[in-house]
Design a protein around this ligand. Structure first.
Ligand code: FAD
Ligand code: SIN
Length: 532
């Protein structure tokens, strides 16, 4: 029999949360496995454009950043968490710089960095690497991870489910590792670990239109839910106001920094409609801008609206937004001379696996970091560029906690049981269900919600759920099937959370409950109380 694979820590995911944690743990002598379902670079983090928010300018203050985060979050943020993350932001930036990340410099600034601005920020405080910040960060961290002797990378490996005490006849609320599908050989193996970190990112792919790459299927959230974790505030899905509208550009974001540097939102007749919606105009928090665009598109029967930065010089645009400029140019849009057609699209999952400030879940030895987690930082609407920051600060705290927490010896994990399944005969079922699920979510659980739409969505999701479950129980696993099973679970969590919130707050806007309640409440779902 082949020897069981075992590590001090398994990190599931190779985005910023995953790689930063793997590197920090490896530096402390831990043997770390990084499991990632495609290539290392295929993650939301790689596509981050605008940058990372931190108070580095002496004229800015922690209190400003904290207050901006709380205002954007619709009074639902956890203030202790907000303070902790924002106060540790400068340290996180130093760590990235020590890893070799080159943020765009500015010789005229006392900070040495060019700081940009995005919606909801009262000050220029976003460090960035032109308009491809994620690529600059992830490329460096990949280089470091691949050359680290304590890190073993498993690309094309998909985590299926966590291995808990119940699986090995132990009456404990602990995580002992994970079952993983090798997507090349199609074999499933158990991997054992003292600690497991979910760094699996968000669930943008549950919607038909999204800025997220294909990996964003909510796997970690679904795995954690099935394992018995609390899942918090899933109704708050952030729609980014400006995704490029073009038949050949799937999911291409036009950074909020374009508005931060003066970009104006317009109707086709040139009217600057944000003046009718919010005094902060294009730099109002994202929920407000996305809702305003949705309103104007529906009112005028438009497929898209325009974002216009063409009044700035070509040199300015090429210097600040080279990635966006060249991408649009390749599609025949010269943003230095014409406005950009844009639409809102699903962008960020504000809710997720409930954790404390050390990234700990309610299952022992199981951590969740980054977009898959809910720490309380984002409340009802995330402030732009706070998410990369959260990955780093909570990740650092989790590392300290892991190093201090005693653990048992490795246990022998049972092999994956495939005796009851046969080869998948009709892949078309999976493709059809994916499409139906994403359309349902887009049509009924989008920017503006109603009780009736949510009911319709839940009805369809339940039918899909039972069909997918049956398929999952009878056929051999594939990446698509694993992802679909997770997506349908996450869709149900989103709809059920939305139904529980009887108010409009932040990103959750319901025509049946206009206005906020006068008390604050998180929506918490747990398998024990709500079987999906
Ligand atoms: P990700 O970076 O998404 O990584 C998730 C990883 O988990 C991937 O490697 C994936 O393959 C892996 N994975 C998932 N499921 C499994 C599984 N079952 N088995 C194995 N591996 C799995 N935020 C900012 O703060 N600033 C920005 O400028 C910014 N710009 C953005 C631009 C775009 C286009 C997008 C989409 C998001 C942007 N965000 C930005 C949000 C931010 O990028 C993400 O929230 C953040 O990168 C999440 O990092 P993460 O490590 O949690 O997840
Ligand atoms: C952007 O560049 O607009 C994305 C920033 C973010 O999502 O925080």
């Amino acid at each position: 029999m082949k020897k069981q694979l075992q590590f001090n820590t398994i990190v599931i995911g190779s985005g910023l949360a995953g790689l930063a944690n793997a590197l920090r743990l490896a530096e402390q002598g831990q043997k770390v496995a990084v499991i990632t379902k495609k290539t290392l670079a295929e993650c939301n983090s790689f596509y981050a454009q605008g940058g990372i928010a931190a108070v580095v300018d002496v004229n800015d203050s922690m209190e400003n950043h904290i207050s901006d985060t709380l205002i954007a979050g619709g009074e639902l943020c956890d203030e202790k968490t907000v303070r902790f993350i924002i106060e540790n932001a400068p340290e996180a930036i130093k760590w990235l710089v020590s890893m070799g990340v080159n943020f765009t410099p500015d010789e005229h600034s006392s900070t040495g960095f060019h700081l940009t601005r995005e919606g909801g920020h009262s000050f220029r405080r976003i460090l960035h690497a032109a308009d491809a910040t994620g690529e600059a960060i992830i490329t460096k961290l990949i280089q470091k991870s691949l050359s680290h002797p304590n890190i073993k990378v498993f690309e094309n490996h998909v985590a299926i489910d966590l291995i808990l005490g119940s699986k090995i006849n132990k009456n404990t609320n602990k995580c002992f590792g994970v079952y993983v599908l090798n997507n090349i050989t199609n074999k499933v193996i158990p991997i054992a670990a003292h600690n497991t970190i979910l760094a699996t990112g968000g669930a943008g792919k549950v919607y038909l239109y999204t800025t997220n790459p294909d990996i964003a299927t909510g796997d970690g959230i679904a795995m954690a839910y099935r394992a018995g974790c609390n899942i918090t505030n899933m109704e708050f899905i952030q729609f980014h106001p400006t995704c490029l509208f073009h038949p050949k550009a799937k999911s291409f974001l036009i950074s909020e920094a374009v508005r931060g540097e003066g970009g104006i939102l317009k109707l086709p007749n040139g009217y600057r409609f944000m003046q009718d919606h919010d005094e902060r105009l294009e730099l109002a928090p994202r929920d407000i801008v996305a809702r305003a665009i949705d309103f104007e598109m529906k009112k005028h029967g438009l497929e898209y609206i325009y974002l216009d930065i063409s009044y700035k010089s070509q040199a300015f645009i090429e210097e600040h937004f080279p990635n966006i400029y060249h991408k649009c140019k390749s599609l025949g849009i010269d943003i230095a001379h014409e406005p950009i057609p844009v639409v809102p699209a699903a962008h960020y999952t504000c809710g997720g696996i409930a954790t404390n400030l050390f990234g700990q879940t309610n299952i022992e030895h199981l951590y969740a970091i980054g977009e898959c987690a809910h720490t309380g930082l984002h409340g009802a609407n995330r402030l732009a560029s706070n998410s990369l920051l959260e990955c780093l600060v909570i990740g650092q705290a989790a590392v300290k906690n892991i190093l201090q927490t005693p653990h048992e010896d490795f246990l022998e994990l049972p092999p994956w049981d495939e005796s009851q399944v046969c080869d998948n005969d009709e892949a078309v079922v999976i493709a059809h269900n994916w499409d139906e699920l994403r359309r349902t979510m887009w049509s009924y659980v989008g920017i503006v919600r109603t009780n009736k739409r949510l009911e319709r969505a839940l009805h369809r999701i339940k039918l899909l759920n039972s069909e997918i479950h049956e398929y999952y129980s009878n056929f051999k696993l594939s990446l698509d099937l694993i992802e679909l099973r997770n997506l349908v679970c996450v869709a149900e969590l989103i709809v059920k959370s939305a139904q529980l919130r009887k108010e409009s707050r932040g990103l959750h806007y319901s025509k049946d409950f206009i206005g906020k309640l006068d008390y604050i409440q998180n929506t918490i779902l747990n398998k024990k109380e709500c079987e999906l």
